[in-house]
Design a protein around this ligand. Structure first.
Ligand code: AHR
Length: 529
């Protein structure tokens, strides 16, 4: 309020002079005049560490049009002979998505993998979502699709209605050369093992919404026994398990910690399951520090249980917007099932989604010693970065964010101190600028991911190396859209797209446009020793 007094007095004067028409201009000038500054300081002597590229992973569930009518559409002129949409595969390759989790999600907790393999496949009723699954896309198709898209397959097992034996049989089907299930795979035309490396025991089994939900005392021993059986089939697999909340996780770690390499946590920060009223830009930005709080909470638990450094986090479902699927707890009506179409209203996915996602990835990178995998949920349709329709695809704002992170950042993350003026809304505030620093092993090639959350004010961001301000010019890729609410859709597929520009440092600073993500590329010549 304090810095609004002068414009207020000016306005009073203008009002007295009968110049009311000037008021909006006065207020706008006040808004623009408020300077926003930030400093990102790197100490090049601090050790930088490689991070896992699996942070840029994805998730695909048998839900609505993610699989059928999404990446898999036999008969479409855009699909290959097997039914895989070629335009989707090309877009995923461009994203360089490293890993994809499948087949759920809630779906998996009543899914029997044997229904989706072999020649005689019958449709089955999907109890999680109340629809029929044709079972034409199963394990073979998932693995084949992963190979075509260049991604690592990650399978989540049914710990709801499934048993440890069923989950371990799935490992046999995928990775063994001997046994009844391995032979079934071979008979289906896959003589060589699929070698699926990443597996999860269960999905959200802590929740009342989940089919076959488990209690805290049940979960740890079940995971331990399941892990034992899965490992007897293939000792090389990497295992994670459904985790949430301190008490649940403590018990899980106590019983099964020795068998796990990761624990799986999920986060959606705009909960739209029942009512589809997406939050506005400012609200989303004010929530954009919450993912880091979730990570810190799990890190504290890992520390206190002695597992820090031994077990990592798989943030294997994340997205700003929760999926809209009313009726989970009350029963699915035809209207409730139809309401799932709302997830694909492209106008929902604005710069708010883009910048929230960038802040999420920045948080994972800052905690790259504990967070090893993160999977945007989902990858295709519903709330995903790629909207797929019968005639083509739309790259939503979040697609560009993932592509920039996966393609432009350097391979190591360096500690960086970031200070920033605030973005305020009412009584709430967050730093306007969020940032991470990455570099190559020689610390010559630096790539900064810089988010300006402010919807209206550009930020002047100083880049410092060892206390000295950067100088000269550098290349930058900027994603901002023409408004905080900008989005892409079929009619305007390129309204939000990255622009590559050359920037000059002014007193060590570059300008970050309002509501933007900037990936800055700075080369430093390190003097020979
Ligand atoms: O809302 C989608 C669902 O979100 C996924 O199936 C589940 O894993 C999570 O609760």
């Amino acid at each position: 309020m304090k810095n609004q007094i002068i414009p207020y007095l000016v306005a009073c004067y203008l009002a007295a002079e009968g110049l009311f028409y000037c008021l909006p201009a006065v207020w706008a000038a006040e808004e623009k005049a408020a300077p926003l500054t930030a400093v990102l300081a790197v100490d090049t002597a601090s050790p930088a560490h490689p991070y896992s590229r699996m942070l840029f992973g994805g998730f695909l569930e048998h839900f609505h049009r993610q699989i059928y009518g999404g990446l898999y559409e036999p008969g479409s002129p855009l699909s290959d002979a097997k039914g895989f949409r070629q335009d989707v595969i090309e877009a995923i390759k461009e994203l360089r998505t490293p890993i994809v989790r499948w087949p759920g999600g809630c779906f998996v907790s009543a899914y029997h993998w044997r229904d989706g393999v072999g020649k005689d496949r019958q449709p089955s009723f999907d109890k999680a979502w109340g629809v029929e699954d044709p079972n034409t896309f199963g394990t073979d198709e998932f693995v084949e699709w992963c190979r075509l898209a260049g991604v690592e397959p990650y399978i989540c097992g049914n710990a709801g209605t499934g048993t440890p034996e069923e989950m371990s049989d799935w490992v046999e089907y995928c990775n063994q050369t001997q046994g009844r299930w391995a032979r079934l795979r071979q008979a289906g035309g896959h003589p060589e093992p699929f070698n699926v490396h990443y597996w999860s025991v269960g999905n959200e089994n802590w929740g009342a919404h989940e089919i076959g939900a488990k209690s805290i005392p049940e979960w740890g021993p079940l995971v331990r026994e399941t892990a034992k059986m899965m490992r007897r089939v293939d000792p090389s697999i990497v295992l994670t398990a459904a985790a949430l909340g301190d008490d649940w996780n403590r018990s899980l770690l106590q019983h099964a910690g020795g068998s796990l390499r990761m624990i799986s946590i999920h986060g959606y920060w705009d909960e739209l399951w029942v009512e589809d009223k997406p939050s506005d830009y400012a609200t989303c930005m004010l929530r954009s520090r919450q993912p880091e709080e979730s990570i810190l909470q799990v890190e504290r638990l890992l520390e206190s249980t002695g597992f820090k450094g031994k077990i990592q986090i798989a943030f294997d479902e994340w997205n700003l917007r929760g999926w809209h699927h009313p009726g989970v707890m009350t029963g699915f009506t035809p209207e409730a099932i139809k309401a799932r179409d709302r997830n694909d209203i492209n106008g929902t996915y604005t710069m708010a989604d883009a910048l929230f996602s960038a802040c999420f990835l920045n948080a994972c990178l800052r905690h790259a010693d504990t967070v090893k995998m993160a999977n945007i949920a989902p990858l295709v349709n519903t709330r995903g970065p790629l909207f797929v329709h019968p005639k083509g695809i739309v790259k939503r704002t979040t697609y560009h964010v993932l592509r920039l992170f996966a393609n432009l950042l350097a391979p190591q993350v360096s500690p960086a101190a970031v200070t920033s003026g605030p973005f305020k809304q009412g009584d709430a505030a967050v730093p306007a600028v969020d940032a991470v620093a990455t570099c190559d092993a020689a610390k010559q090639d630096w790539r900064f991911a810089l988010v300006n959350r402010h919807p209206a004010v550009a930020a002047s961001c100083v880049i410092q190396f060892d206390g000295a301000a950067a100088s000269g010019t550098c290349w930058a890729t900027v994603l901002s859209g023409d408004a905080p609410e900008a989005f892409n859709d079929i009619e305007h597929p390129e309204r939000v797209r990255p622009r590559r520009v050359e920037l000059a440092f002014q007193n060590g600073a570059v300008t970050l446009p309002p509501h933007s993500l900037t990936i800055l590329e700075v080369s430093r010549t390190v003097p020979p020793k």
